[in-house]
Design a protein around this ligand. Structure first.
Ligand SMILES: [Zn+2]
Length: 360
């Protein structure tokens, strides 16, 4: 029986490998691949995603790269204070939380614009990467390149800022043949609604294997009153609540993604730098075992030890959305009301992206 499971697992990996290679192949078929690095060094939080449903036009709703839909999004205002990262109707780019740090070219190319665009854009840089791809960097504090400059991947093009009357952040945008596209590609299990054809994964470092479920997501459910909200955490939005030593009626929440691919995922919990003081947050990962039967694994996290960090909850197999979710409640065993638990983003990373490690 064990041997059979190993064979199945190997077969799954080989199949995944073929799918994986096929994905890259189609990206190149689209017109010569561009491979992007991040427009900054280090780890930064995403504060808003590309709207796959009519980016650039208000239509009242939004679709995120992993397939989540949100109806009745307001059409204006600051994304993370009034709408959340999942409801930024008509957003054309990805926003990152950056304050006055170097902004880097995401691939080699030629600068086609470097000037103050006014309006809500402010200081902007555009780079043409060939093969129909262009990247744009908005709201810069300053830019350090000029039109017709040739830049290499990772070369500094400016400093992030708040121009265009924005809060400090970097708006990073990719165009393909003039149309807005999403460098995260499309992870939904239905047809990508983005105009101009399905978005392709353009990141060169495996970020497209990630699905992040925020506490603002429709795929996040919380129960019982008493929740607190705070303007920090992964997308500058987080929940927290006081602990209980034990009770039959805890506050609880689940993160339940609609995973497009059944298979093996690494699961991470984002622990914000604030309001997570418990030493025993018990995350319960619901997954399937080798026989596809639902099971659960409890992982205790000392939230007080982590500041804006992804905690690795382990590697698990998920068979479909029903059997792939994370649960957390506020029972910690510590004396009632002496600690707080933070409830922020949960990230699912497809294990097949780590295939090179087993190729030998
Ligand atoms: Zn933006």
């Amino acid at each position: 029986m064990i041997l059979r499971q190993q064979k199945l697992f190997t077969a799954t990996l080989i199949l995944s490998c073929i799918i994986f290679l096929g994905t890259w192949g189609s990206a190149e078929a689209q017109g010569g691949a561009v491979r992007l690095r991040l427009p900054f060094d280090g780890v930064r939080r995403i504060t808003a995603y590309v709207d796959h449903r009519s980016p650039g036009a208000y239509d009242g709703n939004m679709v995120v790269y992993h397939g989540e839909e949100r109806e009745n999004c307001p059409g204006s205002g600051t994304a993370w204070t009034t709408q959340g990262p999942y409801c930024y109707d008509r957003h054309r780019g990805t926003d990152y939380a950056l304050v006055l740090v170097p902004v880097l070219a995401t691939a080699e190319g030629v600068v086609t614009l470097a000037q103050n665009q006014g309006g809500t854009i402010g200081n902007a840089v555009h780079i043409d990467h060939g093969n129909g791809y262009e990247t744009r960097y908005y709201h810069l504090h300053s830019y350090s390149v000029a039109v017709n400059d040739t830049v290499s991947a990772g070369q500094q093009v400016g400093v992030s800022g708040n121009s265009g009357g924005q809060p400090y952040h970097l708006h990073f945008e990719v165009r393909y043949n003039g149309q807005v596209t999403d460098p995260f590609g499309w992870r939904g299990n239905w047809t990508d609604p983005i105009p101009g054809g399905p978005a392709e994964c353009l990141w060169g470092d495996g970020q497209c294997s990630e699905i992040v479920i925020e506490d603002e997501s429709a795929w996040f459910t919380k129960k019982l009153p008493g929740w607190q909200w705070y303007h920090q955490g992964y997308s500058w939005t987080m929940r927290y609540i006081g602990n209980m030593s034990s009770t039959p009626y805890p506050n609880w929440a689940t993160w339940r993604p609609d995973l497009a691919y059944q298979g093996v995922y690494k699961v991470f919990a984002f622990v914000p730098a604030i309001h997570g003081t418990t030493t025993n947050a018990r995350y319960v990962v619901h997954h399937v075992n080798g026989s596809k039967h639902e099971t659960e694994t409890v992982v205790s996290v000392n939230q007080s030890m982590y500041d804006d960090a992804w905690f690795d909850l382990g590697t698990y197999r998920f068979w479909d959305g029903l059997y792939g979710y994370v649960y957390l409640d506020n029972i910690t065993g510590e004396p009632n009301g002496t600690k707080e638990l933070s409830f922020d983003a949960i990230k699912f990373v497809q294990f097949r992206m780590f295939l090179p490690a087993i190729r030998e």
